[in-house]
Design a protein around this ligand. Structure first.
Ligand SMILES: [Fe+2]
Length: 364
């Protein structure tokens, strides 16, 4: 490989042949040079080849002076980052100010002093290299953070699925139930966010987290005895009291797993959904008998999704209701079982509910 191929490239623009010769003799041993006699010619060179690492521009030149050339280079993303050193006659303070104004990084005065030119060139090339290295490291860091975030998200998803399927294996309900209710919650939230009182709470991220945590709603059923959980017929009052504890069991399992740490945003939604998805708008639900807006929003959405799915699914003790019948029951429950705003949102997306039910139908 030619050693010059590795050498930094310097653009040298000056209309005075003597100056050019001095600078060329000085810089050629260590650098690859692109020489132009004015701004117009320099721009042509910049268009034609790869951008240089540094530019040395004379200020006063015919056709296009160094200041205008600098402005144009700074305006072009391809050349904007190239450090520009101006060369001007000693004492032209006004020129120097203008040079810095248009984006120059340094000044060398004529007649030039070879050691000063070499030192300035080396310094600014080193600075540029350091800046580029830093930018590369930042890019790498962003890649690492993105990869870690993806990894964390994946771990979260797998953990949720593992927990949810644990509950599922003990229950008659299927994986399809978890999928359907998850999508019902999402669709309701998307519809409800169009209503001003809910827009602030239902951000894209909030909806994503509700969607993710929805499959955990019945995770507490793991703690319910088989005789009750798998009983084919109607539960006695005493059995139902035990069944009701699945909400608190789910919440307590998550709280124990947190081990006194503050819940993350995701776990906050999971806790709300686990513990409050059987609360009712009029205060007659369980486990706390919460009323109205005291019931967390995610749980109010989950309540409707869960009931709609139970109604439209076949159970050992009942056939699946058709959509119209299930819809009527939900409508009748507005203001009693369900938040009227959530029922209003449901009314606007019943087609999508039916589509979700078809997409994630139970396998018979
Ligand atoms: Fe439940």
């Amino acid at each position: 490989m030619n050693i010059k191929e590795l050498a930094p490239r310097i653009l040298l623009v000056d209309d005075e042949p003597i100056n050019v010769r001095v600078l060329v003799d000085l810089l050629r041993p260590s650098y690859e040079l692109i020489v132009a006699k004015n701004g117009v010619r320099a721009l042509e060179c910049l268009q034609a080849g790869p951008p240089p690492d540094l530019a040395l521009l004379d200020v006063v030149m015919p056709e296009m002076d160094g200041l205008e050339l600098c402005r144009r280079m700074k305006a072009d993303p391809r050349t904007a980052e190239i450090p520009i050193i101006f060369i001007s006659a000693l004492g032209q303070v006004h020129d120097e100010m203008l040079g810095f104004d248009v984006g120059g990084v340094d000044y060398i005065t004529k007649p030039i002093s070879p050691p000063i030119v070499l030192a300035r060139v080396r310094t600014h090339l080193a600075l540029r290299k350091a800046r580029q290295e830093l930018a590369r490291q930042n890019c790498t860091l962003e890649d690492v953070i993105a990869a870690r975030t993806r990894e964390l998200g994946l771990t979260q998803d797998v953990t949720i699925r593992a927990l949810a399927s644990l509950a599922e294996t003990r229950d008659n309900e299927t994986g399809a139930h978890l999928k359907r209710t998850q999508y019902y919650v999402k669709r309701l939230a998307e519809e409800l966010r169009n209503h001003p009182p809910f827009a602030a709470a239902l951000t894209g991220r909030a909806i994503e987290l509700m969607f993710k945590s929805a499959p955990l709603h019945d995770v507490g059923k793991v703690g319910i005895p088989d005789a009750i959980l798998l009983k084919p017929g109607k539960l006695t009052e005493a059995e139902f009291e035990i069944m009701k504890t699945h909400t608190a069991l789910g919440r307590d399992a998550l709280m124990r797993a947190l081990d006194h740490e503050k819940p993350t945003e995701f776990l906050r939604y999971a806790l709300d959904i686990c513990s409050s998805h059987h609360e009712k708008w009029d205060g007659t639900g369980y486990p706390e008998g919460l009323k109205g807006e005291d019931i967390p929003l995610a749980a109010r959405l989950m309540a409707l999704a869960d009931v709609y799915d139970a109604l439209t699914s076949r159970r050992v003790y009942k056939a699946a209701f058709d959509h119209a019948r299930a819809r009527q029951i939900i409508e009748d429950g507005s203001g009693r079982h369900f938040d009227p705003a959530v029922v209003a949102a449901f009314r606007l997306c019943t087609e999508d509910f039916q589509q979700i039910a078809r997409t994630y139908a139970d396998e018979d």
